[in-house]
Design a protein around this ligand. Structure first.
Ligand code: FCB
Length: 471
């Protein structure tokens, strides 16, 4: 296989003119992306775009609490207003449809739809009903994530994901949502990125609720995966026609040298980022190497849990952003060794499309029961400016093109990949980085809430139009 999805676009510079970029964005004629059943959409998440945190009976979430603590989020930003999508959803759906995007991945704010006693909050539910009904009217395929990190604070007050009971509360929430929203959801994802919830939330404290203990991380992960496993049969019973899955972020770890120690370090990096989640889901067991990395952190697992967690999935959502170059830390772990002279984004993340292809083809070998895959997030942040009503997000155009080429290569190598969602539809609250990091294909001016379509979105639209027009 050609070893290089990046070669195609390496030469792009910000000076590239609009015309030539437009021409070069469209995938090559032999690309599988021309297939009309390859779904192309965009993704968002409730806390990152909705705002309206105190309206219509919404309860506080762990992100309201966390972002209010000085020093936790850049510039003291919070999701209180965000993109004001709770009020502007109709115009946002129009925008999504006008771009020709075929799919929309959104998430539901658990604290908006259920009160602390578990009773439905009608006003919150109605918001999602209106939104999903409108999306269906527009012919847009809907992917709904039940948990994209905004845990109700009252559950965190009782231990959050360290408390096994939270998994059962999640199954109740999944039950309510799938009874209420059946028929408007094409695909349900239980969780978004349990790695981030467990590790960043409970392992290193960079995300809400801000706890830092490896033992907490493994126990939180177990309860998150249990929540997923308990929810899947509930979703199947209430909404049989829809697809059910989960979304995992995956990380590529490459060794800094050929030494056995560095190779082992890269292996452990991938165990910690990928196998920690995918092994329980697809093999029904935790990878033992994880406990070489974090000795003594085995979670408490009850009889039957692993069967519950490894129930068959209709799809696996994959979020991919960058690779990490690592070396041995001299003990039983790894340390990051950032490479010099490589292309990076506003996040400092290395642009490395081959990592996406290599991980996908690797999973196909490792997991014989690998479900059909959707790339549920991929994209990059750049410091985009509006000039004369336009945003020339050149690096993003190049980034998307190269990552889509990597997806095409993985499909050609036999991986069943059915769609791709851009992260994100619009600039939004980027967690610990607040509003400074702009991931959207649509620019948001937070002082006016004006949306400006970036050049990248125009080019995606152009490609989708061309694809639709083909016989
Ligand atoms: C992922 C999250 C998403 C967004 C992107 C940049 O980890 O799922 O909400 O913040 O990163």
């Amino acid at each position: 296989m050609a070893n290089d999805a990046s070669a195609v676009f390496d030469t792009l510079s910000p000076a590239v003119s609009r015309g030539s970029l437009a021409d070069s964005f469209t995938p090559p004629a032999d690309s599988t992306l021309w297939r009309k059943n390859f779904l192309l959409g965009a993704a968002t998440a409730s806390y990152q775009i909705e705002g309206a945190v105190n309206e219509d009976g919404r309860l506080p979430s762990i992100w309201d609490t966390f972002s209010a603590i000085p020093g936790k989020v850049l510039a003291g930003d919070t999701g209180a207003v965000a993109c004001d999508h709770y009020h502007r959803w109709e115009a946002d759906v129009e925008m999504l449809a006008s771009l020709g995007l075929e799919g929309y991945r959104l998430s539901i704010a658990w604290p908006r739809v259920m009160d602390a006693a578990g009773a439905p909050n009608r006003k919150g539910l109605d918001f999602y009903k209106r939104l999903l009904n409108r999306l269906k009217e527009k012919g847009i395929t809907t992917f709904v994530t039940l948990y994209h990190w905004d845990l109700p604070q009252h559950l965190e007050d009782r231990g959050g994901w360290l408390n096994r009971d939270t998994a059962y509360r999640f199954a109740d929430y999944a039950d309510l949502m799938s009874r209420e929203l059946a028929g408007t959801v094409d695909a349900w994802a239980t969780l978004n990125e349990p790695w981030c919830s467990a590790y960043l939330g409970y392992g290193n404290g960079h995300h809400a609720p801000g706890l830092a203990n490896d033992r907490f991380a493994t126990q939180a992960m177990h309860h998150l995966l249990l929540a997923h496993g308990l929810a899947v049969p509930v979703l199947r019973a209430n909404d049989p026609a829809s697809q059910k899955g989960i979304v995992a972020n995956i990380g590529r770890g490459t060794p800094n040298s050929d030494s056995a120690a560095d190779q082992r370090a890269a292996h452990l990096f991938e165990v910690q980022h990928n196998a920690w989640i995918l092994d329980p889901l697809l093999k029904g067991s935790y990878p033992q190497d994880l406990f070489e990395l974090w000795p003594g952190t085995e979670p408490l697992v009850l009889d039957g849990d692993m069967q519950t967690i490894s129930a068959p999935l209709d799809f696996l959502g994959i979020n991919y952003y960058f690779r990490t170059n690592v070396a041995s830390d001299g003990a039983h772990g790894f340390r990051d060794v950032p490479l010099e002279g490589v292309e990076r984004t506003q996040m400092g993340w290395e642009v490395y499309p081959d990592g996406l292809r290599d991980l996908l083809t690797g999973f196909k070998k490792t997991y014989r029961n690998l479900p059909p895959i959707y790339i549920t997030e991929n994209g990059m942040a750049s410091d985009d400016q509006v000039t004369d009503g336009h945003v020339e997000d050149t690096q993003r155009i190049s980034f998307l093109k190269r990552h889509l080429a990597a997806v095409d290569q993985a499909i050609k190598a036999g991986v069943d990949i059915r769609g791709y969602f851009l992260w994100s539809l619009m600039d939004n609250f980027e967690w610990a980085f607040g509003y400074e990091r702009r991931f959207g294909v649509v620019h948001v001016d937070y002082s006016t809430q004006k949306r400006t379509i970036k050049r990248s979105a125009e080019l995606v639209e152009k490609f989708l139009k061309e694809r639709k027009a083909r016989a």
